[in-house]
Unconditional design. Structure first.
Length: 104
């Protein structure tokens, strides 16, 4: 009869110890001044900036738009916004949140 008893209590004990270890390690890391910050609404903010840039450019006089076209400003903006999005993806963007480790 001791074998079934061990089969029930050992997994429960291991699970409890694993949970407690995670909590203890997390508290130790926080005590050392390290935490996690979650940034939300990144897509909304990026869309807002992109729309503002488009509205400012579309309101410019035709001569200014021609000069900006020669300077390839559209390509520059595309590269910049693509780099921002790529950086967010590499930093672990899932949905609209980014979690980042910070120190106090």
């Amino acid at each position: 009869m001791p074998v079934p008893l061990l089969a029930v209590f050992v997994p429960a004990l291991v699970g409890a110890l694993a949970s407690a270890a995670g909590t203890i390690i997390g508290r130790a890391i926080i005590a050392m001044g390290v935490g996690v910050v979650t940034y939300t609404g990144l897509r909304t903010g990026l869309d807002s900036i992109f729309n503002n840039v488009k509205s400012v450019i579309s309101g410019a006089p035709p001569g200014v738009l021609q000069v900006l076209g020669v300077m390839k400003l559209d390509v520059v903006l595309s590269i910049v916004f693509s780099a921002i999005v790529a950086r967010m993806v590499l930093n672990g963007l899932t949905g609209e949140t980014v979690k980042k480790w910070v120190t106090k």
